[in-house]
Design a protein around this ligand. Structure first.
Ligand code: MGD
Ligand code: MGD
Ligand code: MO
Length: 654
């Protein structure tokens, strides 16, 4: 199959576009910026600042994210700012913050190499975090045991000592059974539990019914494997628990995260060198975007915006009162469009039409807006709906600035390429709009923005550009110019002095709640969605690179299900959920368990997976249950039109 037959490459945007008579036409920068600013001002005047929403770019620098949230808070006057963190690790941040007070992953990559046991739970880093996976392999080479917990036997699982293939959405029963087994075998760290945690007795009662046999019946994981992981984790001198979207893209995702944290609290595998809890963050700067305050509930430096003293410091520098209440999450912004409460949206480097669940709903909501401005490097499906499209430079290579990775390391990047003629720097575009809205924001250099971050965020204060360059990146927290970088968080939990130990970490008393989209005779297969190595998210940034490795969208299916349905490899089938259907070729693979099918969302032009997904969301974090839809797979009738049987044909059918 020719690799360019399933995606048309996107073109870099080089001219602003504005909507006229229902169509986008090229415009000058002056006209486009005037239109963008006027639309925002009009909506603020008519409906108030909370009618505005900002989606900020988790691929762009810390500096750009800082400026985007400052625009939202200081120019517009709302806290409605968020990003795709909502679609991936918001539950990790919420779960970790509930237990430990802050939401970052606890360990450094070096510790992955120096640990005795690594559990990859609901993540496939061989594909999605290949650099991190190199550290995992070094750890394995140094003698660490590797366990993988995933419904699919992924390429990461192929390196594991033990793969626990569980049913989708049964992570809490599995975690509780492991916890119960650790308690029953007397392998808990009692000193740590007594000194550094609360709620142990309630937890013990909660997990009591989850015997390995009871958990086997629900999870599909053999009781023996549950016991083995429980003993290995509890007995390891050092152990790392790492998770990703298999845990967080569920309607009860924050509970899932709490269930994993409980295991570290039982055994003391947190707050020590080599032991920790690590959500592997998604986008190249999703950690940094959140740290910079491009989230609705925190100011830069993960500072609480309901705290008057904290707000006062920002207000003094920005000269504008900050609203003391949390803004809307990305999920809530979309819901507010239904009610006509949110009427203007500024999207910088996100493609929600193809990344949000239920495309039909997202498109309808974006169309209902009075004013949509999209600032991107490509003309995305979201940009096609905009009133104004602004061509930006690509932050990761066409601008200076800093990025923050999953181990909280802030790293400096220098501009390596010039943007195409006509595109402008993201920060400068925001400043141009702010100036048109009466705020005179001259263009700052990236370093000037960073110095404002350092002045306002204690955990970044000691990271000057000079030091970042010298040390090749520094982990936060780094409160002063002479701070030594810590490699792991929460060492305080081990302090002898109770005052130094601070707040104990509570056990999370969470129960099992199966996926919302139920399996039945009409929709008997569980569809889970995720990633492949050679493509990136909605495909905008990867569609332009032909490669013989890329095969387009496929439905991975087990040999058992394929045989039952009479399918041959490569045959095009119709996949239907309760919301829509798509046509897609099947790939028959033993990595899939019976009853489970898998698709990516990398090729929406060929097969739009989001027609199948549903928008049931986690009530705490707002993340959607992308990992569990109920579907049916039907053979396409032999007499169907050729377009329906041709694997490369556009296959949107609803
Ligand atoms: N090549 C590539 N790399 C990427 C990306 C990309 O698009 N392409 N995207 C980036 C982004 S934004 C992110 S957030 C990360 C995501 O990184 P990952 O989370 O590792 O990626 P996914 O493939 O979405 O999902 C991980 C695994 O969850 C499993 N899973 C599904 N349901 C369940 C369940 O109920 N329980 C458990 N335990 N596991 C389950 C799936 O089988 C899958 O193997 O990757 C980043 N890296
Ligand atoms: N079915 C299903 N859906 C999912 C997921 C899943 O596992 N399954 N995962 C979810 C997850 S984890 C995520 S993170 C989201 C991703 O959702 P999105 O963030 O909406 O998707 P991307 O394709 O990553 O879109 C990134 C956009 O940023 C633009 N861009 C890149 N760099 C820059 C820059 O420097 N400046 C500007 N202005 N623009 C830039 C790109 O051109 C592109 O249009 O998808 C979610 N959707
Ligand atoms: Mo993500």
């Amino acid at each position: 199959m020719r690799s360019d037959s399933f995606t048309a490459p996107y073109q870099r945007l080089t001219r602003p576009l504005v909507r006229e008579d229902g169509r986008l036409r090229p415009a000058s920068w002056e006209e486009a910026l005037d239109r963008a600013a006027e639309g925002f001002t009009r909506n603020i005047e008519r409906h108030g600042p909370d009618s505005f929403g900002m989606l900020s770019c988790a691929r762009a620098t810390n500096e750009m994210n800082f400026v985007a949230q400052k625009f939202t808070r200081a120019v517009v006057g709302t806290n409605n700012v968020d990003s795709c963190n909502r679609t991936c690790h918001a539950p990790s941040v919420a779960g970790l913050a509930a237990a430990f007070g802050s939401g970052g992953g606890t360990s450094s990559y070096q510790e992955i190499e120096d640990t005795d046991l690594i559990v990859l739970w609901g993540g496939n880093p061989r594909f999605a975090h290949p650099i991190f996976f190199q550290h995992v392999l070094k750890g394995v080479h140094n003698g660490a045991r590797l366990f993988v917990v995933d419904p699919r036997r992924t390429s990461s699982a192929q390196w594991a000592d033990r793969w626990l293939g569980l049913n989708v959405g049964t992570d809490i029963p599995l975690a509780h059974a492991i916890g119960r087994e650790i308690i029953a075998a007397g392998l808990t760290n009692d000193t740590f539990i007594r000194r550094a945690t609360t709620g142990f007795e309630d937890y013990r009662a909660l997990v009591e019914p989850w015997t390995p046999a009871a958990a086997e019946a629900v999870t599909g994981v053999p009781a023996e494997a549950i016991r083995e992981l429980a003993h290995a984790y509890a007995l390891a001198e050092r152990a790392q628990l790492c998770w990703t979207l298999g845990i967080t893209e569920h309607h009860n995702a924050t509970d899932n995260v709490r269930a994993l944290i409980n295991l570290a609290l039982l055994t003391g595998h947190v707050g020590r060198y080599g032991s920790g809890l690590n959500p592997l963050r998604g986008q190249n700067n999703v950690q940094g975007g959140g740290d910079m305050g491009a989230i609705p509930n925190r100011l830069p430096g993960f500072q609480d915006l309901t705290d008057t003293v904290v707000r006062g410091r920002f207000e003094a520098v920005w000269g504008r009162e900050i609203q003391p209440v949390h803004g809307k999450t990305l999920t809530q912004m979309f819901e507010a469009m239904d009610e006509g409460e949110l009427t203007a949206l500024y999207v910088i480097g996100e493609n929600p039409v193809q990344s949000e669940p239920e495309t039909q709903k997202t498109t309808r909501r974006l169309r209902s807006l009075d004013h949509l401005v999209v600032q991107d490097i490509f003309l995305t499906k979201t940009a096609e709906l905009a009133d104004v499209v602004l061509p930006a430079s690509a932050s990761w290579c066409e601008s200076d600035g800093t990025f923050t990775n999953s181990e909280r390391r802030v790293q400096l990047v220098r501009k390596a390429l010039n943007p195409p003629p006509g595109a402008r720097d993201d920060i400068n575009i925001i400043c141009d709009i702010a100036t048109r809205m009466g705020h005179r924001w001259p263009y700052p250099s990236a370093e000037e923005v960073w110095d404002e971050v350092r002045a306002l965020s204690p955990m970044h204060r000691g990271m000057s550009y000079r030091r970042l360059e010298e040390h090749q990146g520094i982990q936060w927290p780094c409160p002063s110019e002479d701070s030594l970088e810590p490699s792991y968080l929460h060492a305080r939990l081990w302090a002898d002095d109770p005052a130094e130990r601070g707040e104990p970490a509570p056990f999370g008393l969470v129960g099992h709640s199966p996926p919302v989209d139920l399996l039945d005779d009409d929709y008997p297969l569980r569809l889970t969605t995720g990633r492949r190595l050679d493509d990136y998210n909605t495909g905008v940034q990867t569609s332009g690179f032909p490669s013989p490795l890329r095969r387009g969208e496929l439905l991975d299916i087990s040999p058992e299900d394929a045989a039952r349905l009479g399918l041959v490899d490569g045959e095009v089938v119709r996949v239907s959920s309760r919301r829509g259907s798509v046509l897609v070729p099947v790939s028959i693979t033993p990595s899939m368990r019976e009853g489970l099918v898998f698709m990516t969302f990398h090729f929406p032009q060929q097969a739009d997976t989001q027609l199948l997904t549903l928008d049931a969301t986690d009530p705490i974090a707002g993340t959607a249950e992308y990992k569990a839809a109920a579907v049916r797979v039907d053979k396409v009738a032999a007499g169907a039109p050729a377009a329906e049987r041709e694997p490369t044909a556009a296959s949107r059918t609803t």
